[in-house]
Each structure stands twice: as C-alpha cells, then as structure tokens.
Design a protein around this ligand. Structure first.
Ligand code: OAD
Length: 231
C-alpha cells in the first residue's frame, strides 16, 4: 500500500489569512527572529514574546481552514494507504479541515509548555508573563512552539515515516529551514516520488521530481483529485 508523507508550511494557511514568514511583508520582516523566536529573546523580553504569540493565537483561532487543508483531509480518508501530514505550522487548520494525526514539528499555538519542568497544557487565549505552571507552580510558562536553536518535535517518528514513503509532497514551504528542508532527501533515499506544490519555486526545488506552482487552494485539490483518480 503506497504511503504518502506530506510536509506543509505557512503557504498552505496563507489563503486562510495567516501571514507567511519570508514573503514580502512577512512576519519575519516585521518581527526580528532573534527577538520573538529564540530562547534568548524570550529571556530578554518575555512580554514582547508572549504578546507576539498571543496575537498570533487569536488570529489563528479566528482563521478557517481552506480548500487545501480540506483536500489533504479528503486524501487521508480516501487513499488506500497511509497519509501522514507533518506540518511546520503552529495553527490548527489541518485539524479544523478534518485531518487526523497531524504531526506538529514546530509545536502549536494551542499549547503551553513549562520551561522548567516540561509539563504541557492547553494554552489560554492570552498567556501572561510569569504565568505559573499548573504542575510545578514556577512562573515559567511559555508557548509550546519550537524556537530557533531548539530541536523540532517528533523527529524520530518523522524519519521513520519518510523511510517508508512512496510519495513525498512539500506544500507551501520555502525550503529554507532545516531539518524540514532536508526531508525531500530522506524521501528520495527511500525511493519515493517527490512533488513540490508552492506558489513559486522553493530553495530546494531542483530536488523534486515534479513541481506544481500556484495558490494552494487551487493546486492542492487538483493534485489530490489526480492521485485519487489514478487509483
Ligand atoms: P515561509 O514564509 O518561509 O515560506 C512560505 C512559502 O509559501 C513560500 O515559498 C511562498 O512562496 C509560499 N506561499 C505563499 N503563499 C502561498 C499560497 N497561497 N499557496 C501556496 N504557497 C504559498 O514559511 P515556511 O516555509 O513554513 O519556523 O517556514 C518554515 C519555518 O520558518 C516556520 O515553521 C517557522 C519559520 O521560521 C519556526 O518558527 C521555528
């Protein structure tokens, strides 16, 4: 049974109104990475960092899944083999679109993490600076998102999936952040057919067997239709 592993990035949620990072006017052009997405930035100015993620959490909670999220959920339901969705996104739009078992390698805005004891719990809409951990009571709550310099989550599980992939697709990601940007090479080593679906060629475009360029809400449903039609 052919297994499909899909990596998604900010581009799949762009048409749901959530900003990407590196496109013109993207999040990182307005909020320097070292200020809002590193442990050092958090230590320096926790209020700035909590404020940044509080705003993104509110925005993500209001966003609706789009046709691309829904198409991937449809692929999961109708493909005879396994369809694994690995996302770099911290929104929950894959789940809202009906996907199951989504692997959030960069964490989730919906989660809180204790920087001291590692306890995890659902994040409140607004996380305050110095919010106490419900387990150890220390004032060390932080968003459960992966920052630069930290290890992404679920890597062993992801590499296991890639090793068994027959088809690998990267959707809406610029291919500039590792280790996700190297997943295509793992998939190639496993003998998978690889496809990039993106608005424009990513940094790693030359590695893919097939490329489709256009907005995710158009190219992803069409790609899913093609796969399901081949069966
Ligand atoms: P980027 O902002 O780097 O790239 C977004 C990609 O989506 C670009 O290649 C765009 O061309 C494409 N894109 C934009 N609109 C699109 C649309 N409507 N349809 C399809 N594609 C579209 O975002 P990511 O690659 O997700 O990590 O960034 C990877 C990681 O870098 C993020 O998870 C985040 C960031 O720093 C952390 O914060 C750890």
């Amino acid at each position: 049974m052919e297994k499909i592993v899909i990596l998604t990035g900010a581009g799949i949620s762009a048409e749901s109104g959530l900003g990407t990072f590196r496109d013109e006017g993207g999040l990182w052009s307005r909020h320097p990475i070292e200020d809002v997405a590193t442990p050092e930035g958090f230590a320096r100015d926790p209020a700035l960092v909590q404020g940044f993620y509080n705003a993104r959490r509110v925005q993500a909670a209001r966003a609706q899944p789009n046709a691309a999220h829904r198409a991937l959920a449809r692929l999961q339901r109708n493909w005879p083999g396994e369809v694994v969705i690995v996302t770099q996104n911290v929104d929950s739009l894959h789940e809202a679109g009906g996907a199951q078992g989504v692997i959030h390698m960069h964490g989730t805005l919906a989660g809180a993490l204790c920087a001291a004891c590692g306890h995890r719990w659902p994040a409140p809409d607004e996380m305050a600076v110095g919010e106490p951990c419900p387990a150890c009571t220390r004032p060390t709550a932080r968003p459960d998102v992966v920052w630069f310099g930290e290890m992404p989550y679920h890597m062993d599980e992801i590499y296991d999936h890639l090793a068994g992939a027959s088809i690998f697709a990267a959707i809406g990601t610029s291919g500039q952040v590792y280790p996700a940007a190297a997943f295509v090479h793992e998939a190639i080593a496993a003998g998978a057919r690889t496809v990039e679906l993106n608005l424009e060629p990513s940094a790693g475009v030359s590695s893919f067997d097939e490329t489709v360029f256009g907005p995710a809400t158009q190219v992803v449903p069409a790609w899913v239709d093609g796969l399901l039609g081949q069966r």
